[in-house]
Design a protein around this ligand. Structure first.
Ligand code: ADP
Ligand code: MG
Length: 560
């Protein structure tokens, strides 16, 4: 019996606090070292944090697979296998038997901290939670012994020491190919690519799994391109050029599904997902209306002129934006965050932000209507700022006049109707120059007086995928559609904490976020961990979602 097993046995029946005595490192067998980082203080507290360390050599994993983005794929693959092995060997039967858990990836492959690799004496480190078993408030020592010294080694044995090396390599190759394809987009002046045969629709509105009965994607001949990827595989599909692309078609014919695939195409997807080669430039931002959100000192004057009440829209701040002002602010903020492509769906847009028809133009004189709709700015956005748009609009033909290409969805099949559209298009007036976004200096993320009247400041905390909490309030991220994983939200919480500490340097938001991401690129997402026990539930967010969280913070203080 290992000394950990002995210790747990001896603790049987004593007060739950006695578990503190197992903190530290334990060798469980030749290949497995367990480190107990943080022990929960009672059975109802968040579970204890443990790390399993296995020599890389013992896993038989080819160290070459860990080079570059390969490490992300291997980490993701092993996290999934550990998750499955836990279900098989330590299914968790309530407080009495305790439970093991690990971060749970969805359909995307993200850099995460659940499995990492050390450089010297190469090791695979698996970060787990262990809910330690209790009977009332007493230690169940034998159950704990089973959990940590039997089930856990079985989990590691199955997931790490008996890895399916062929499947692992397939995952790494896929990751490298997808990453290459995304680079090719930029080299070829494209915003997105969707491979023939891709399965875009999802199983349900609340499921990211592929739909069973999908019409596979097929590219129209005019936009068809083939690319040879790192593995030698050739993918053929629809290559969407930069500029203004309009997607039209009857209701329920699959327009939003294509746009949604482009939104998610900023991430890589696991094999079998259907969207493996539905890829978008990595800074594309989905833009929608979001009435009720706050806005802090954003220049939206290119869209919105004098508002009733006389507020200055070149320095627009509000605690309660309307549909159109929220979408205008979101667009300008996206440019500040470096987006080169915007993805906009009529379903989630404010109509008056998008278009104004002729009769309205006649009835409501220009000086009574503060809004210049996107329709009248979209060419300038592209020509002056180089920002592309992919727009779904089935309800109005107005965008035909400003689109570089028009795609029609008919029964989920795409055709290129640009020629027909050109015949219908009417000449448009030259659009006024689109201004470059202004960069704001971050003054603070918390109210000025926060902490003074409360007992110490509480730092940012993620509450699930779509919410961040702080002692001074909540940030609602429910309209931030490209945030896909609660562990990304955890990372954003850690990043906000770090940013708050770096305020007062007169650096712009953009400079601060860029600096932080340089640090993440160099040292991994782990570098932003608050380090209370192991950081096992962090996944890499994009800078765009970090900006989105900052911008939705009702306590944001900036100046220009
Ligand atoms: P639109 O935006 O044109 O109204 P949606 O994209 O919302 O249409 O799609 C309507 C429905 O069709 C959704 O339930 C979606 O899952 C389904 N769907 C979309 N694309 C496909 C496809 N290629 N094969 C099968 N079903 C699809
Ligand atoms: Mg739709």
């Amino acid at each position: 019996m290992t000394s950990l097993a002995n210790k747990l046995q001896q603790l049987d029946g004593s007060g739950y606090g006695g578990y503190k005595r197992i903190a530290g490192t334990h060798r469980l067998n030749d290949n497995l070292e367990l480190s107990v980082d943080r022990v929960q203080s009672d059975p109802f507290a968040p579970p204890s944090l443990v790390q399993a360390r296995v020599p890389l050599a013992a896993t038989g994993i080819d160290p070459g697979l860990l080079e570059g983005v390969g490490a992300v794929a291997v980490s993701d693959y092993l996290t999934r296998r550990v998750h499955e092995a836990i279900r098989a060997h330590a299914p968790g039967g309530g407080k009495g038997s305790g439970a093991l858990s690990i971060d749970t990836p969805g359909q995307q492959v993200l850099e995460r901290t659940s499995v990492v690799f050390t450089q010297q004496a190469p090791q695979v480190v698996v970060r787990l939670e262990a809910a330690l078993p209790a009977q009332g408030r007493r230690i169940r020592g034998r159950a704990a012994r089973t959990l940590l010294t039997e089930a856990l080694p079985q989990v590691i044995d199955r997931a790490l020491l008996n890895t399916d090396h062929a499947a692992l390599e397939t995952a790494v190759v896929l990751m490298r190919d997808q990453t290459r394809l995304r680079k090719l987009l930029v080299e070829h002046d494209l915003v997105g690519f969707i491979a023939d045969g891709a399965v875009l629709p999802r199983a349900a509105g609340n499921s990211d799994l592929p739909a069973d009965q999908a019409v596979p994607f097929a590219s129209p001949a005019s936009l068809q391109r083939s690319f040879t990827l790192d593995s030698g595989v050739e993918v053929t599909g629809m290559a969407l050029p930069r500029g203004v692309s309009l997607i039209i078609g009857g209701g329920y014919h699959g327009k939003s599904t294509v746009l949604r695939a482009l939104e998610r195409g900023v991430y890589n997807h696991i094999g079998g997902d259907g969207r493996e080669f539905a890829v978008t430039v990595d800074d594309a931002v989905a833009l929608r209306a979001e009435d009720g959100r706050s806005v802090a000192d954003v220049d939206i004057s290119t869209f919105i002129g004098d508002l009733p009440g006389g507020s200055d829209t070149s320095r627009f701040s509000t605690t309660n934006a309307s549909g159109s002002t929220s979408q205008a602010a979101g667009l300008v903020e996206s440019l500040e965050a470096g987006a080169t492509t915007l993805l906009i769906d009529e379903d989630t847009s404010a109509t008056n932000f998008m278009i104004r028809d002729d009769r309205m133009r006649q009835l409501v004189p220009g000086d009574k209507e503060p809004i210049t709709p996107l329709l009248d700015r979209i060419r300038a956005l592209w020509e002056d700022q180089g920002v592309s748009t992919v727009l779904v609009a089935g309800g109005s033909g107005a965008f035909i006049d400003v689109a570089d290409r028009v795609l029609l969805l008919d029964h989920y099949r795409v055709s290129d109707v640009s020629e027909d559209a050109r015949d219908l298009a009417e000449p448009i007036a030259t659009q006024e120059a689109f201004p470059a976004p202004q960069h704001r200096v971050l003054q603070g993320l918390e109210p000025k007086d926060s902490g003074k009247h409360r007992g110490g400041k509480k730092s940012w905390q993620a509450k699930g995928l779509q919410s961040l909490r702080h002692s001074s309030g909540t940030i609602d991220l429910s309209a931030v559609q490209q945030l896909v994983d609660p562990s990304q939200t955890n990372s954003i919480a850690a990043i906000l904490k770090e940013l708050e500490q770096r305020t007062g340097t007169n650096q712009t938001l953009d400079e601060l976020v860029t600096e932080l991401f340089q640090q993440i690129n160099a040292d991994g997402v782990e570098t932003i961990s608050p380090h209370r026990g192991h950081p096992g539930r962090l996944a890499r967010p994009r800078p765009q979602e970090v900006f989105a969280a900052i911008n939705r913070n009702r306590s944001l203080r900036v100046h220009r």
